[in-house]
Ligand binder design. Structure first.
Ligand code: G3H
Ligand code: 13P
Ligand code: ZN
Length: 305
């Protein structure tokens, strides 16, 4: 079927109290892995493309692939711009048929964040495009997305922000961070804060930096030469509690990156004579698919398409 909006996907998640994964792609293999996983799990899915991915994968190519994949599957697929920071990139995404946009002005003042978010809502809503914005600040760094101070989202500000901007989904800062090194000490989320923001705002809440960075996956990748010392993510139990508290969209990139890395490294180390990319990229793809399936089961979106 044609792409659907993220709003539509998250509305059903809200009604039936489950979470939906937003999985980042930069290339063909990740997209194939995610779509195949969604089909096998019969799960709705959000495909996320960052500004960095727009550049690396050529936005026209990536968006065309996603639209074609959606057309050829029965599960609902939304195409989402992840961490849109530049208005021209946001307009480009709209031009290429994205059905959802994140405007990330979380590094700006509250007033500036409201102003920029409202500008995006004004353009996107008449076109039927979903808008996600972020209030609060996550720790961490990944290419285009960077912050070295964490500011948890204030529930009263969140209510005011949602009322003023009329966004469809709100990304909150509740203890996660981007990348593979999320926690030095205890890996814990502020679940009470999520509950409070949920009850005050009523919009679907988004958890960025939600990768689990599973120990077994990291160990296995390290066996084949990866260096990921001290990598630590969000435990599955915390994710479940976060969904119960009102998180509806769960952003996963790092776990897919590590899965792909494992597949490629393992394949190359076991088959040093092979130079056909379909072989080692195919193994990376298979690992990503397995990880996505596990996430869909964890989030409760399996069987919900
Ligand atoms: O949260 C950011 C995503 O993981 C995308 O990262 O900007 O390196 O593509 P990127
Ligand atoms: P991770 O780095 O935890 O996978 O988070 C991804 C993300 O938030 C994308 O927006
Ligand atoms: Zn993010």
């Amino acid at each position: 079927m044609a792409l659907v909006t993220m709003k539509e996907i998250l509305e059903d998640a809200g009604k039936r109290s489950y979470g939906v994964g937003a999985f980042n792609i930069n290339n063909l293999e990740f997209l194939q892995a995610i779509i195949e996983a969604a089909e096998e799990e019969n799960s709705p899915v959000i495909i996320a493309i960052s500004e960095g991915a727009m550049k690396y994968g050529w936005v026209e190519l990536l968006s065309t692939m996603v639209k074609t994949a959606a057309m050829n599957t029965k599960v609902p697929v939304a195409l989402h711009l992840d961490h849109g920071k530049n208005f021209d990139k946001i307009l480009t995404a709209i031009r290429y048929g994205f059905t959802s946009i994140m405007i990330d002005a979380s590094d700006k003042s509250y007033e500036e964040n409201v102003k920029l978010t409202k500008e995006v809502v004004k353009v996107a809503h008449p076109l039927g495009i979903t808008v996600e914005a972020e209030l609060g600040r996550l720790l961490g760094k990944e290419d285009e997305v960077e912050s070295d101070v964490a500011i948890y989202t204030d529930p009263d500000d969140a209510k005011r922000f949602v009322d003023e901007t009329e966004i469809d989904a709100l990304a909150v800062a509740v203890g996660t961070s981007h990348g593979a090194y999320k926690f030095k000490g205890e890996a814990k989320l502020d679940i009470e804060r999520i509950k409070k923001i949920n009850s005050l705002t009523g919009v679907p809440l988004v958890l960025h930096g939600a990768s689990g960075v599973p120990h077994e996956l990291v160990e296995e990748a390290q066996k084949y030469g990866a260096v990921l010392k001290g990598a630590k993510g969000v435990p599955n139990e915390e994710i479940k509690k976060a969904i119960e508290a009102g998180i509806r969209k769960i952003n996963i990139d790092t776990d897919l990156r590590i899965s792909f890395l494992l597949g490629v490294r393992k394949y190359l180390s076991e088959h040093p004579e092979i130079f056909d990319p379909r072989k080692y990229l195919g193994e990376g793809r298979a690992q990503v698919k397995e990880t996505v399936k596990k996430k869909m089961q964890l989030f409760g979106s399996s069987g919900k398409a």
